[in-house]
Design a protein around this ligand. Structure first.
Ligand SMILES: Cc1ncc(COP(=O)(O)O)c(C=O)c1O
Length: 470
């Protein structure tokens, strides 16, 4: 029997309802009426099924979040039990719940350094907004109200709320919106594939990036800067792995200038790089704040968290001379059912040593993906462990991109979906971030599909007389 019949809906009706009434994030209104959305209805392990019953290998892990995979009974049971007992209740001021308290203690155990305090929210954007507001509050409480500017990097992605969108550095995403004037200042993204001309290797490039930060601090004044935001590996901005030593040196600049270092681990947290947190374990940095979401519940419930150090907490919890307190929070802060799921998620990850598995399988994944480098439109293959990317270019020698009208991303998307795989296409980038349970066989399957899809796209370009190559 058709899956849609079993689920008691009409696939076409669903597609039409979605088309007529839903506003999706980052819609492509140019061909929206023709394409509409692929409606996903079910997941199991590292696979998903759409409303028409088609099965896909989930190359994007939902959207960098399905870390333990779909259909995990422990997570479903944890949610069901907590929903029956008490889904959520006010968490404001002096009210709390057991899963939120237990999860906070667990997170404090897993975080690096003394990041022992947790502020709960509902997702990554809000966790970053919270980090920004916390930095302001902290410095105001220290009697340093002028420290209010933020430093971020071009191409960074920190979210879509007003502040987190301002912290994000992809300038094309800002078209049509307003941002708070002058609040956020941007440094270069650390892009080792596209280092500026004349760069003399990665070490010299790293010097250049650190000097740029120092220059920015000198220009703005350390007494005006509150915090520096950075993803350990820039995700949506291109899966950019910074040169060796970069994060430690940027942290040193922060320390020298009393700037808080906020590590956005919304993607890298919870095992994607083989550790619960990548900041210290991979990059040798103990941040002042870490923001997480996505993998904290493997996407079974919306949850975000801002983890803060003892130092930041001391500033935050100091009674204010003018009265009042940390007036910041959400109806769903400390959501009991979401926190219960997060606890079950962490338990599964630890029991199955998913971080250890990622540390073992990750290098194989990258090595297999690097075999695509012989394809003439593959410019770069990069990333780490379960956070990888293939960059497509028209000319490998000059690294020039295909013109926008070629719509290379749509071509790859069509070919991969036709072969039963979902890949995240960001402009010319094919991003892969599957569930951490993916086996070597699953990795081989993904790489094979991607190869066939790129080859099919190249054949199409050739037929249309669109040039590419070395
Ligand atoms: C690094 C990073 N930070 C923050 C966010 C925003 O998280 P959310 O979409 O849960 O608000 C994302 C989302 O992809 C992200 O990749």
């Amino acid at each position: 029997m058709e899956l849609s019949a079993l689920m008691n809906y009409d696939a076409e009706e669903l597609r039409q309802a979605d088309l007529d009434h839903c506003i999706h994030p980052w819609p492509d209104f140019e061909d929206w009426p023709q394409t509409g959305a692929t409606i996903m209805v079910r997941g199991e392990g590292a696979h998903v099924w759409d409303a028409e019953g088609r099965k896909f290998i989930d190359g994007i892990g939902g959207l960098w979040f399905a870390n333990v995979g779909f259909g995990r009974q422990e997570l479903i049971d944890a949610a069901t039990k907590q929903l029956a007992e008490l889904p959520q209740y006010s968490y404001f001021t002096d009210l709390g719940n057991p899963p939120a308290a237990q999860l906070a203690a667990k997170l404090a155990e897993l975080t690096p350094g003394d990041l022992n305090h947790v502020f709960y929210s509902t997702g990554g954007s809000v966790a970053n907004d919270t980090a920004g507001r916390t930095a302001h509050y902290y410095f105001n409480n220290q009697g340093k109200p002028s420290k209010r500017l933020f430093i971020s990097r071009r191409n960074a992605y920190h979210g879509s709320t007003y502040l987190s969108a301002a912290l994000s550095g992809k300038m094309s995403d800002k078209r049509g919106f307003h941002s708070p004037d002058g609040l956020v200042h941007y440094l270069s993204a650390p892009n080792c594939y596209r280092m500026p001309p004349g760069s003399n290797g990665e070490a010299a490039y790293c010097d250049h990036l650190v000097e740029e930060f120092e220059g920015k601090v000198a220009e703005l004044g350390a007494d005006r800067i509150a915090a520096f935001f950075a993803e350990p590996i820039m995700g949506a901005g291109g899966v950019l792995v910074a040169p060796a030593g970069y994060h430690q040196r940027m942290k040193a600049v922060c320390e020298a200038n009393d700037i808080l270092y906020v590590s956005d681990e919304v993607v890298t947290g919870f095992g994607r790089l083989g550790h619960f947190f990548a900041s210290e374990a991979v990059f040798g940095v103990v941040p002042d704040m870490i923001t997480v979401a996505k993998g904290i519940t493997s996407g079974y419930m919306p949850l975000g968290a801002t983890l803060v150090s003892e130092r930041v907490y001391a500033g935050l919890s100091k009674p204010r001379a003018d009265g009042g307190g940390f007036a910041h929070g959400f109806t769903y802060s400390g959501h009991a059912a979401a926190c219960a799921v997060a606890l079950a998620n962490i338990e599964v990850m630890q029991r199955e040593d998913l971080c250890g598995r990622v540390r073992q399988t990750g290098p194989y994944f990258l090595k297999r993906l690097q075999t695509l480098a012989d394809l003439l439109i593959v410019g770069d293959v990069r990333g780490s462990h379960f956070m990888l990317c293939v960059e497509l270019v028209q000319d490998r020698r000059t690294k020039a991109l295909f013109p926008e009208q070629v719509a290379i991303e749509k071509r790859i998307d069509r070919e991969t979906q036709a072969r039963g795989m979902i890949v995240r296409l960001i402009d010319n980038l094919c991003v892969l971030s599957p569930a951490l349970i993916l086996t070597r066989e699953g990795i081989d399957e993904m790489v094979n599909i991607l190869r066939e899809s790129i080859e099919a796209v190249m054949a199409g370009l050739h037929r249309e007389g669109i040039p590419f190559g070395d």
